[in-house]
Design a protein. Structure first.
Lengths: 111, 112
């Protein structure tokens, strides 16, 4: 089982601040997905990165896949209260691309 | 926008009973998955399914579990004899080409 560690586990910031969430592993993944999950609901896909070094932007969110495809980061610019939630990274192992999920970062943005 | 649906949203069952969790994947998707999430823990892979057969399964997916695609739209997970430790949220996911998996809202299974 591939392990994905996310840091920080909890993050509380003021509205308007920037933040970065990290997802690290010793394993190489064929792809890396970022999801957001609300309590009692299923993970909602934010982005998929597949190439080492790839950077994708989704409005105020910037996602990067490490060159060695072992780690990823999520950067949020000018955080808003609506960004509050649980952010999960998940690595795909090729083949059927079964996903191995990280431990999650719970973000709270204070108005 | 197409989405994965799951029924029931909540299932309560007694230990030792059989349960079937149902999923309707997105219609043109080819790969199907089940994951589970025990309360407060991370999402864990159970099984992947492609071309009417299991592609891979995790250690969690033992002989008590089975999956089936009985028709062109449904994808089911059966637990033959439930245990207390099977209590969890069960998520179905599907994808066209393996990278972008879309998850359903989940079924909360409570075993008493």
């Amino acid at each position: 089982t591939q392990l994905l560690e996310q840091s920080p586990q909890f993050l509380s910031i003021q509205e308007g601040e920037n933040l970065t969430v990290y997802c690290n592993s010793s394993s190489v993944f064929s792809s890396l997905q970022w999801y957001r999950q609300e309590p009692g609901e299923g993970p909602v896909l934010l982005v998929t990165v597949v190439t080492g070094g790839e950077v994708k932007k989704l409005k105020r969110l910037t996602f990067q896949f490490g060159d060695a495809r072992k780690d990823s980061s999520l950067h949020i610019t000018a955080a808003q209260p609506g960004d509050t939630g649980l952010y999960l990274c998940a690595g795909g192992d090729g083949g059927a691309n079964n996903l191995f999920f990280g431990t999650g970062t719970r973000l709270t943005v204070i108005p | 926008e197409p989405e994965v649906t799951q029924t029931p949203s909540h299932q309560v069952t007694q230990m030792g009973q059989e349960v079937i969790l149902r999923c309707v994947p997105i219609s043109n998707h080819l790969y199907f998955y089940w994951y589970r999430q025990i309360l407060g823990q991370k999402v864990e892979f159970l099984v992947s399914f492609y071309n009417n057969e299991i592609s891979e399964k995790s250690e969690i997916f033992d002989d008590q579990f089975s999956v089936e695609r009985p028709d062109g739209s449904n994808f089911t997970l059966k637990i033959r004899s439930t245990k207390l430790e099977d209590s969890a949220m069960y998520f179905c996911a599907s994808t066209v080409a393996t990278h972008e998996q879309y998850f359903g809202p989940g079924t909360r299974l409570t075993v008493t």
